[in-house]
Design a protein around this ligand. Structure first.
Ligand code: ADP
Ligand code: MG
Length: 233
């Protein structure tokens, strides 16, 4: 069997934001990779470059320097249109504020993504139901987001991210709006399901508790990456 490429590979990536004469080097020579079935936590304080890293990994933003491969595809210098296509087919995003559509039920929030991904209504409906069951929300499918607890909302959001069957899952501070019990439940479910489905997962957080759910932890500090072992508290 041929070796599969890593799901995500960053080689010497730097990102410089420029506005007028000001420059911010948000990422400085960052290299790392994530394989299928692996969950990597990227930790670091506010402003260390975590969201920038995730945005580049998710093909929402191009690096200033360096190369980025998503599922073996070099996205470093792609056009906006091609980036959008990689993003649509390969990447599922999970946000701290859930970003559910408030007018749609939990089920409809997941169905719509599955339909956008080309499934017919019936298949999309079945997939969405399966995913919500998988996340313990079988009894909450018809509820509107405002009737769900924050933990339930985040589980719907993860089900939604998985609805298009992406190879890469990217989560930006997924527990930031959850109390520690709900945060723990959500992370445990994300870890279990992502591993069962052999996804590559990157979770960024400034919350130290995230590390227990990761196969590997890397630290960002002022845009520079260091391995967990070398980090002194
Ligand atoms: N769009 C932007 N334009 C200019 N500077 C930015 C932009 N986004 C982030 N930054 C700066 O880049 C650095 C890293 O930000 P960010 O990636 O959001 O870090 P984190 O998610 O770890 O808080 C910060 O200094 C931030 O102010
Ligand atoms: Mg951030």
């Amino acid at each position: 069997m041929q070796d599969r490429p890593p799901i995500l590979k960053l080689d010497a990536v730097s990102k410089i934001y420029r506005s007028g004469e000001f420059e911010v080097k948000a990422l400085d020579n960052v290299s790392f990779q994530v394989n299928g079935g692996e969950i990597v936590a990227v930790m670091g304080p506010s402003g260390s470059g975590k969201t920038t890293l995730l945005t580049i990994a998710g093909a929402l933003l191009r690096p200033s320097v360096g190369r980025v491969h998503v599922c073996g595809i070099d996205v470093s210098e792609m056009s906006e249109g091609d980036l959008a296509s990689v993003r649509r087919t390969k990447v599922g995003f999970i946000y701290q504020s859930f970003n559910l559509l408030e007018a749609l039920s939990a089920l409809e929030n997941v169905v719509i993504v599955s339909q956008n991904h080309g499934h017919d209504k019936q298949t999309a409906d079945e997939r969405a139901r399966d995913l919500l069951e998988m996340f313990g929300l079988g009894h909450r499918m018809h509820a509107l987001p405002k009737k769900l607890s924050d933990g339930e909302k985040q589980r719907v959001a993860i089900a939604r991210a998985l609805a298009k069957d992406p190879e890469l899952l990217l989560a930006d501070e997924p527990t930031a709006n959850l109390d520690s019990k709900r945060g723990h439940e959500v992370m445990e479910l994300l870890r279990q399901k992502a591993m069962e489905l052999h996804k590559g997962v990157v979770v960024v957080s400034h919350d130290n508790r995230i590390r227990q759910f990761a196969d590997r932890v890397v630290w960002l500090e002022d845009g520079r990456l260091r391995d967990d072992e070398t980090h002194s508290v």
